[in-house]
Ligand binder design. Structure first.
Ligand SMILES: NC(=O)C1=CN([C@@H]2O[C@H](COP(=O)(O)OP(=O)(O)OC[C@H]3O[C@@H](n4cnc5c(N)ncnc54)[C@H](OP(=O)(O)O)[C@@H]3O)[C@@H](O)[C@H]2O)C=CC1
Ligand SMILES: Nc1nc(=O)c2c([nH]1)NC[C@@H]1CN(c3ccc(C(=O)N[C@@H](CCC(=O)O)C(=O)O)cc3)C=[N+]21
Length: 307
């Protein structure tokens, strides 16, 4: 039997640091031209995970010189009030990016709120204008998590053309935009979900597996073709031996025996999501100041080109 090459553990923190360094340089250049990129983050309610993510986003923004504004509202906030806040931020020329942290409380219509964000400030890429643009293969503001996953895949595999990618999950945040980006990168794409038959068999045919399911350690070595590249988007907090820990949708210890490369949780996709949020904020600032000359070229950028 052939011994398999050692697995590559994809370092999402290091990749994110590279993206953030590019962004910091661009932010400085933009400030020198009189524009200070700014990101507004809206958090409704007290969800503890959301509070952690928002804090991380604000910290990363500050580190790369992006001004951040936090708008915390109580869970009882009504939809009209939230829409008012978004309209004010849309009209504010000093705010370039707007992110509404999900999930929203049940009494608020998520689709209506996301649609209220100006497509030019939509750093999450959730507005129908941007979703449509992505599916048409246009350069638009693109959801941060799948954009980050694509960058990790390109760093790890190089050209993705002709590879068979299986995306597990079909959410608007991750699964669907991930499939669109992989298609744009010339992969053959299969999207599977909770109603899929032969989930494991389909997965075993994949050169690339992106797991965005929300089920702790669902995918183990038995789901993988030897040499598959595995991107684990899942963030699941579980109790183990009386302690709380974070695990992905992939059983890491099992999968490393088959995979050629794999992202860990934490330290994989999560940091890239935040790095691409900063990249999108910069791209949004560019969109709103299209008179500014380009500084650095990023022709391969999966999100809106900031060149
Ligand atoms: N690292 C990061 O930056 C981010 C991580 N996440 C994490 O990624 C995971 C997915 O998030 P998100 O896409 O928002 O989740 P959703 O709950 O919105 O979507 C989950 C998807 O997985 C499918 N699914 C659920 N159970 C199964 C199963 N047993 N077999 C096959 N498919 C299944 C669902 O199918 P169906 O459509 O049929 O219901 C659905 O399409 C979560 O753990 C989340 O915390 C999310 C965003 C960013
Ligand atoms: N409008 C909106 N946009 C989002 O992009 C969005 C959202 N709402 N709601 C929630 C999900 C989830 N998400 C994560 C971001 C960073 C990490 C992250 O940094 N994770 C670290 C660990 C963090 C920890 O320790 O908890 C890591 O994986 O290394 C995780 C998850 C963005 N989301």
């Amino acid at each position: 039997m052939n011994a398999q090459a050692p697995v590559q553990i994809i370092d999402g923190k290091a990749a994110a640091a590279r993206v953030l360094a590019e962004v910091s340089a661009e932010v400085q250049a933009m400030k020198a031209r009189g524009v200070a990129p700014a990101l507004a983050v809206i958090l409704v309610g007290q969800d503890p995970a959301s509070q952690v993510y928002v804090r991380n986003k604000v910290l990363r923004a500050e580190e790369c010189g992006i001004r951040s504004l936090e708008f915390r509202r109580p869970a009882e906030t009504d939809e009209a009030e939230l829409l008012d806040l978004i309209h004010n931020l849309n009209a504010d020329p000093d705010v370039h990016g707007i992110l509404v942290q999900l999930p929203l409380p049940d009494h608020i219509d998520e689709a209506r709120v996301l649609q209220a964000v100006s497509p030019l400030k939509d750093v999450d890429g959730f507005h129908a204008e941007n979703v449509g643009g992505l599916s048409q293969g246009r350069e638009v503001l693109t959801p941060c998590t799948p954009a980050g996953c694509l960058r990790l895949l390109q760093d790890s595999c190089g050209d993705l053309a002709g590879k068979h990618a299986v995306v597990i999950g079909r959410s608007n945040i991750v699964g669907k935009p991930m499939a669109a980006l992989l298609l744009k990168a010339h992969c053959s794409v299969t999207v599977v979900h909770s109603r899929s038959a032969n989930l494991k068999d389909l997965c075993r045919q994949a050169d690339i597996v992106v797991a965005a399911v929300g089920r702790p350690r669902l995918v183990d070595a038995d789901w993988l073709k030897p040499g598959a590249v595995v991107i684990d988007v899942g963030i699941n907090r579980i109790d183990e031996g009386g302690r709380s820990r974070l695990v992905g949708d992939v059983d890491f210890d099992s999968a490393i025996a088959r995979a050629a490369a794999i992202t860990p949780v934490p330290g994989g996709v999560g940091p890239m999501t935040i790095a691409f949020l900063m990249k999108n904020t910069l791209a949004a600032a560019r969109l709103q100041h299209s008179d500014l000359p380009a500084t650095v070229q990023h022709p391969e950028a999966p999100c809106l080109s900031i060149s």
